[in-house]
Structure formats: structure tokens, C-alpha cells
Design a binder for this molecule. Structure first.
Ligand SMILES: NC(=O)c1ccc[n+]([C@@H]2O[C@H](COP(=O)([O-])OP(=O)(O)OC[C@H]3O[C@@H](n4cnc5c(N)ncnc54)[C@H](OP(=O)(O)O)[C@@H]3O)[C@@H](O)[C@H]2O)c1
Length: 341
């Protein structure tokens, strides 16, 4: 049994991690913490956990954490993980960080978008971007995994086959993305936030969202040339799920959806959590909510000039906690799908 710690256990992603880990046959949760006023049993905070996880959720105590766990999930806000990851790594633990603190190869990009000086440059260089569909071999030996952002997960999986095979142009990619409100983290008692989203749909941070540079970094890597997407996120009045509609210019006007679907199926033949739709079928949120799947549908428009990709994930599972457990499975040599199907 692997001994597991979850830091940030009371947040959306932390709670989701605990739900998944409790069902994982090879894991035992041995330490949980968050920023809380008074340590209390996890099951007193979340009644669903009664009789399943009665551990006390404490404020972070790194000594206790390092004594009790082998794998540590950091489900902390950006800028917070880099304050503690180094000490946990020094104690020989594997760290899987759900924040953006270790996702960027160019520290200047991180510092620009997260408006903070990076505090752990040494480990930033060693971190592996935890998207198993692209980096499984590197993840196997990683000590520090930077779990991808939710929007980037869906965007990168949608575009990687086309950019890798040079089927679409790297310029002029437009990503129209919609998320449920859990993507923004838990906001207790935040009524103005709830009243803004209820019965509503709105765009936000247009061409100014911190996930844009992360998407650009990874797609440029895949394409072998600079990619700069136009990314427009929207907020849906639902709790969980991301749906992205992506428009790219085809390099040839003779493409057929059937051959693109074959390409995607081949590209993801060893990826148990990517499902490619048949021709003229497209993903919907209800198919992926509460699962670790990313569903992708592809279409060529009538004059053959554009390829349209629609993808759907659950932001809390494939976009966060599920993907983090998928990474843990790979690091530990477990079946990649263990605890996730
Ligand atoms: N939500 C998503 O869909 C999603 C998807 C992908 C990645 N992520 C990333 O995952 C991380 C967690 O996101 P989330 O949505 O779960 O956020 P959240 O709901 O705001 O939860 C954050 C957690 O961290 C705890 N915390 C905050 N500051 C802390 C500190 N200094 N020491 C210890 N614990 C501290 C919070 O405790 P209190 O609640 O008591 O303050 C809470 O348990 C973020 O970096 C986020 O960007 C989230």
C-alpha cells in the first residue's frame, strides 16, 4: 500500500482526490491538511466521508507529513505549492502538484502571468509536465510532476495529433472554451459569485487567461514551431465540466473527417482515457462528468478550409485530481487506469 498525503484537502481538487484515492486498491491516505481555523476530522467537514475517512485535517505540518507519506499531492493555490514542495522533495517523497507553480519551462512566462517571483527555480527545471498522453516515459521516473491545467488538458489533447502531423496551420488557432464554476476553486459564502453565474453564460479573461501561455508552451513543443492560440474562456452555470470548440485552418483543402478520425485513433491508441468519436458525433459534458475521460470529435467544414475539434473533460477529474492519480499510477508502476474506471 502506498501512503498518501493530500495538502489542500478541503478544496475542490483536494476533495476529489480523496474521493478517488479512497477507492484506489493500492493507496492509503495517511495525512491530510489545509489552511483551516481549527483541526477537525475530515468527515466532520464533509459528511459523505463519515466512516470512510475519519483522519484529522490539520494545518500543514511538514514534519508529520514527511513522516507519514510517500506520495504527496499538492492541491494548493498557485504561488503556495512552491513554498513547500522543495522540503518535501528533499525528504525523498514524490510530489504531484496541481497548481501552475512547476508547469512552465520559461520562468519569465510564469512570473509574468502569475505576477510573482518564482521561489524554487532548482526544482522548476526538474519538473515533468504531467500529461500522460504525451509524456508517459518521462513521468515514469519523475520525482516532481506538474499536473496540467484543466483548460490546457482539453486543448492540448485536441490539437496535438494535428500539429504533430502538420495537418493544420500553427497560426490562427481559436479555442472557445466553457467551464463549470468549480474550475475557479471553492468560494465559500461568495454570493456575488454565485449570483453572477446562476442562469447565465459569460466570457471572461478574453485573450488574458493564465492558461493561454501554458497551452502555447505545450503546443509549440508538439509542433516544433511557435504556436500562439486565441483563447476565450466562458463560465457556465453548472458545477463541473469543460467543453472546448476549437477552430484551425487546414493545410490542405482535401482533408476528410474520416481520415482525421483514423489519425486521432492511431495517435491515442495507447491512451486509455482519450476516446475519439465517430464521424459526425461530438462530445457532450454528461458523457465525461465524474470520469477521467477526454472525449474528442473532429469535423472538416464544407469548403475544407477549417477543421473543427470539440473536446470535453471533467475539470476536476481529467482536468485535475483524476489526471494526478493517473500520474501517480504511472510513477508507481500501477495499471494506468487503477482507481479511475
Ligand atoms: N478546480 C479545478 O477545476 C482545478 C483544475 C485544475 C487545476 N486546479 C488547481 O488545483 C489547485 C487547487 O484548486 P481548487 O479548485 O481545489 O482550489 P480551492 O477549492 O480554492 O482549494 C484550495 C485548497 O488549498 C488550501 N490552502 C490554501 N492556502 C493554503 C496554505 N497556505 N496552506 C495549506 N492549505 C492551503 C485551501 O484551504 P482553505 O479552503 O481552508 O483555505 C483548500 O483546501 C489550484 O492550484 C488550481 O489551480 C484546479
Amino acid at each position: 500500500m502506498k501512503k498518501i498525503a493530500v495538502v489542500g484537502a478541503t478544496g475542490y481538487a483536494g476533495e476529489e482526490l480523496i474521493k478517488i484515492l479512497l477507492k484506489h486498491p493500492a493507496c492509503q491516505i495517511t495525512y491530510i491538511c489545509a489552511k483551516i481555523d481549527k483541526p477537525q476530522k475530515f468527515s466532520d467537514i464533509f459528511s459523505w466521508a463519515k466512516g470512510r475517512l475519519d483522519l484529522v485535517c490539520d494545518n500543514p505540518d511538514l514534519k508529520k507529513l514527511n513522516q507519514s507519506a510517500e506520495i504527496v499531492f499538492l492541491a494548493l493555490p498557485h504561488r503556495t505549492s512552491m513554498e513547500i514542495a522543495s522540503d518535501i522533495l528533499k525528504a525523498g517523497k514524490v510530489v504531484i502538484d496541481l497548481s501552475a507553480d512547476y508547469r512552465f519551462k520559461d520562468v519569465a512566462e510564469y512570473e509574468k502571468w502569475y505576477v510573482v517571483k518564482h521561489k524554487d527555480m532548482a526544482n522548476l527545471d526538474k519538473a515533468v509536465y504531467g500529461l500522460p498522453e504525451l509524456y508517459k516515459e518521462k513521468i515514469k521516473n519523475a520525482k516532481l510532476i506538474a499536473n496540467p491545467g484543466c483548460y490546457p488538458t482539453a486543448a492540448i489533447l485536441s490539437l496535438a495529433p494535428l500539429l504533430k502531423e502538420k495537418i493544420c496551420q500553427a497560426e490562427g488557432i481559436i479555442i472557445d472554451a466553457k467551464t463549470g464554476y468549480s474550475g475557479a476553486g471553492r468560494k465559500p459564502g461568495n454570493d456575488p459569485f454565485m449570483s453572477q453565474i446562476n442562469d447565465n453564460l459569460k466570457a471572461y479573461k478574453i485573450d488574458a487567461h493564465q492558461h493561454s501561455p501554458e497551452i502555447d508552451q505545450e503546443l509549440s513543443n508538439v509542433a516544433g514551431e511557435s504556436v500562439k492560440v486565441v483563447f476565450v474562456p466562458h463560465l457556465l452555470p453548472i458545477e463541473r465540466g469543460i467543453l472546448e470548440t476549437i477552430y484551425v485552418k487546414a493545410k490542405s483543402e482535401k482533408l476528410k473527417a474520416k481520415s482525421l478520425i483514423e489519425l486521432y485513433n492511431k495517435f491515442y491508441k495507447d491512451a486509455p482515457f482519450v476516446r475519439i468519436k465517430n464521424e459526425d458525433e461530438f462530445p457532450q459534458l454528461s458523457d465525461v462528468q465524474n470520469t477521467n475521460f477526454c472525449d474528442i470529435g473532429v469535423k472538416v467544414n464544407s469548403d475544407g478550409k477549417f477543421i473543427i475539434i470539440v473536446s470535453a473533460i471533467d475539470n476536476l477529474t481529467k482536468g485535475a485530481a483524476g489526471q494526478a492519480v493517473q500520474n501517480m499510477n504511472i510513477v508507481c508502476g500501477f495499471n494506468e487506469t487503477e482507481g479511475l474506471l
